[in-house]
Design a protein around this ligand. Structure first.
Ligand SMILES: [Zn+2]
Length: 380
């Protein structure tokens, strides 16, 4: 049987040297073959001459991770940006990001699909075929993992796939009351947060709350270690922040520099009224939400963990949920990412749990590089 799949070896010498140990063309081929198997199962036949395919690495523009030359070439040509591929390699979710990218391009090239920027009810994109200019300036980031990935694959091959149950989830935790609460007085000089003077940060206490300023020209994380808080167990975490930075937020998880353990779930808010939700070991935020009603002075961010699911709230309104089962979890750090020369005020903080918590904790200030807000390139 003649197969319509040809994998080119025309990548530049510099590219082959970068990838000489990893066999990237073979790696691309894995995802192409996986796509073709799914296509087979959905009744398509792309293994003929008409659908002859050539995939290769290239040096694409900065905002492009992949390009499919629809209608302009035979064989169908798909190029992937080598720098992007390298960048996402080694992250916790790199396997999924690579599959997502290859499937998107082959969605153009073989399924003949164009960009579709419809949203599900929970504001996840309806399809991995989103792209170009997106509504409200949102990013095309896709939470392509677990049950969401299953849906996105189904939708790719069958656009009539019904909206999944997770897209309409409206969780009700009104009956869930935690036995223990930790609510430090952030307006007091006795607050253990005040241990945080360092070369990077200056801190102060006022009636507004606990204020942290990053005095350097580079972003950094202000990390506070809770010796008695394990984020791998159920909890409700609340923090109210105000900031003069274009991007600010909070990270809950593990940030142990000595052990090189550095993971956690984060929420960023931006001055453009976006909210980014993600996990540090993954290459990009899982989702970029837009809220027209986001506060201009301060905002309350809440994260609730129940079993393996995290529920995110903004100003007490449920906004998103995500499964943690394929991600590293745990640790007892709360980190405040601070952009260069910015100040953030913690106005309120509370942790609720069922396990007993001591009323004191160890405040350890750790200067860590701040994860930049990365967005997946447009027009994949
Ligand atoms: Zn595209």
């Amino acid at each position: 049987m003649k197969r319509g799949l040809f994998v080119t070896v025309l990548c530049a010498l510099s590219l082959t040297s970068c990838f000489r140990d990893e066999g990237p063309i073979e790696e691309l081929n894995i995802y192409v073959e996986r796509f073709l198997k799914y296509a087979d199962s959905y009744g398509y036949n792309f293994r003929d001459e008409e659908h002859e395919l050539k995939v290769r690495f290239s040096d694409l523009d900065e905002d492009k991770a992949g390009v499919c030359y629809m209608n302009t070439s035979h064989p169908i040509l798909v190029e992937f940006d080598s720098a992007y591929w390298r960048k996402i390699s080694g992250n916790t979710n790199s396997e999924y990001l690579k599959e997502n990218l290859v499937f998107h391009e082959l969605g153009h090239g073989l399924l003949r699909r164009r960009h579709d920027n419809a949203e599900l009810a929970n504001h996840d994109w309806k399809t991995i075929m989103c792209g170009d200019e997106l509504p409200d300036g949102r990013s095309p980031n896709i939470n392509y993992r677990g049950e969401r990935r299953q849906y996105y694959i189904e939708e790719l091959f069958d656009q009539n796939t019904k909206a999944p149950a997770w897209s309409t989830l409206d969780p009700d935790f009104s009956g869930l009351v935690y036995e223990h609460a930790y609510t430090p007085d952030l307006t007091s000089n006795e607050s253990p947060f005040t241990a945080g003077q360092s070369d990077y940060f200056t801190t102060s206490v006022s009636h507004q709350g606990f204020s942290i300023s990053n005095t350097k020209n580079e972003s950094a994380l202000y990390a506070i270690k809770y010796t008695d808080f394990d984020s791998s167990k159920d909890f409700l975490f609340e923090i109210t922040l105000s900031s003069n930075a274009e991007e600010y937020g909070v990270l809950v998880g593990q940030c142990d520099v000595d052990e090189k353990n550095y993971n956690g779930h984060y929420v960023y808010l931006t001055s453009e009224r976006h909210q980014m939700i993600g996990e540090l070991t993954c290459a990009f935020p899982f989702i970029d939400l837009y809220h027209s009603d986001i506060g201009t002075n301060s905002n309350k961010i809440s994260i609730r963990r129940v079993d393996d699911v995290l529920y995110y709230y903004l100003n007490d309104k449920f906004v998103y949920h995500d499964n943690t089962s394929d991600l590293p979890t745990g640790g007892g750090y709360v980190c405040i990412p601070l952009m260069a020369r910015s100040t953030t005020v913690i106005k309120q903080l509370a942790i609720y749990r069922n396990d007993p918590m001591r009323r004191s904790f160890q405040a350890v200030v750790t200067e860590l590089p701040c994860p930049p807000l990365r967005r997946t390139p447009h027009d994949r």
